[in-house]
Design a protein around this ligand. Structure first.
Ligand code: SF4
Length: 410
């Protein structure tokens, strides 16, 4: 079927066969996705899109939605980049600048274990030692040659304490990823966008060399070559347009076709933050989040794990639950979302209740999805796989260190 031209309006009856073709074939072309994105305001079209994406998700994922109970360890909030939407990164002279000691890592890990968490999310700024002498000195005083050395030690502590690390430390070299692989259940880097336009003057990534799309694609390629189970994603609302969103999803689909190591794709809406250059930018509308979760599902196909963070579109959760996602991502009973501190996590029990109200069941996973853990051993170093299996049920879901049931731990 030849897709209609982007400038032609699209009604629901005209859109339905295009959506159904994507459900049937397990993929959607970029031109069709772009056309649908441009018409989501038309009567009934968003519903048709979400229904199609939900049908696609049901084919491979069934009635389950997963969640990972985690702790968030922002090992350092120093960063060499200055993305204009970010409130996480601090300058070294800020009273809020902080780099974790190993004692602090241990303390958070103990809190995670006590509350039934299995995932230790190591999330931090990009290579602050390149920009800040004070951070280089802080590292050297403790015997670290780089921030990655600190990450490695923090991963060891998490593993010894009974949790499974997932590291997102920004741009890493292949060598750095290789040394982290045996200590990590999975790793990640949000692609965010493949738009070079956003690196231009006045745009979100002008002062962020690590947001150069070529650099991010290179790291995805290298993680693929190293067979690292990888999390990536699309960031919505930082100045990109629909065509750039589609191009980002297409790039992720191509990477997955080449390497097969992308375990999940996050569709994450940007929330404007006070005291940032983008504080006055209008937040992305909730119905747009639904539309892009649905388009991500239809572009990436029924096999991909598609995730939307439940704290970033709290008014739309029931609708989101039926828009093609099969995962709510990490939710913590212990730590806040340090990237979006204004957005509290929903209580696990309310997430369980609303998932049930959508006709689906919430299941707890670790940082690795059950089918990856049980069916793709080649993606894991034997050392880390031993830890993964110890913290998994026979079906590959999370086995809590404290042996709590889902309801007890909610
Ligand atoms: S968004 Fe990430 S890379 Fe950009 S400034 Fe913040 S911490 Fe650094």
């Amino acid at each position: 079927m030849k897709p209609p031209q982007p400038e032609t309006p699209l009604s629901r009856p005209a859109a339905e066969p295009l959506i159904q073709a994507a459900v049937d074939t397990g993929r959607m072309d970029g031109e069709v996705a772009l056309r649908l994105a441009a018409n989501i305001h038309r009567p009934g079209l968003l519903d048709a899109l979400a229904d199609g994406a939900f049908a696609s998700k049901q084919r491979m994922k069934g009635d389950r939605i997963t969640v990972s109970r985690n702790v968030f360890l922002p090992l350092t909030n120093l960063c060499r980049n200055r993305c204009t939407y970010c409130s996480f990164a601090k300058q070294p002279d800020s009273p809020e600048a902080h780099t974790y000691s190993l004692e602090e890592v241990s303390e958070v890990v103990r809190g995670g274990v006590a509350t039934g968490c299995t995932e230790a999310l190591m999330c931090l700024g990009d290579k602050p030692e390149v920009a800040y002498r004070s951070h280089r000195e802080w590292l050297a005083e403790r015997g670290y040659g780089s921030t990655v050395d600190l990450v490695r030690e923090a991963c060891r502590i998490a593993l010894e304490g009974g949790m499974l690390p997932h590291t997102n430390a920004g741009i890493l070299s292949a060598e750095e990823m290789e040394t982290l692989r045996p200590l990590n259940a999975s790793m990640g880097l949000m692609m965010e966008t493949t738009s070079n336009r956003l690196r231009g003057k006045g745009m979100a990534h002008f002062h962020a060399p690590d947001k150069d799309p070529a650099v991010r694609i290179r790291m995805h390629e290298e993680a693929g070559a190293l067979r690292i189970p990888f999390t990536s994603g699309l960031l919505l609302g930082i100045g990109e347009n629909d065509a750039e969103r589609v191009a980002t999803l297409m790039t992720l689909r191509d990477l997955q076709a080449r390497h097969g190591n992308i375990q999940e794709i996050i569709v994450q809406p940007f929330h404007p933050k006070p005291n940032t250059p983008m504080r006055a930018v209008a937040p992305i509308r909730d119905d747009e989040v639904v539309a892009w979760v649905a388009l991500a599902r239809l572009i990436l196909g029924p096999e991909m794990n598609v995730q939307a963070p439940p704290n970033l579109a709290p008014r739309m959760l029931e609708r989101l639950a039926r828009s093609g996602l099969n995962d709510w991502g990490g939710v913590s009973p212990v730590t806040v979302d340090f990237i979006n501190p204004e957005a509290p996590w929903p209580a696990m029990e309310s997430l369980r209740t609303l998932t049930k109200a959508s006709g689906q069941t919430l299941k707890d996973r670790g940082p690795v999805y059950p089918d990856w853990l049980l069916g793709r051993p080649e993606f894991f170093d034997p050392k880390i796989r031993k830890h993964l299996l110890r913290l998994a049920t026979d079906e590959g879901y999370a086995r809590r260190p404290t042996h709590q049931s889902d309801e007890e731990a909610a």
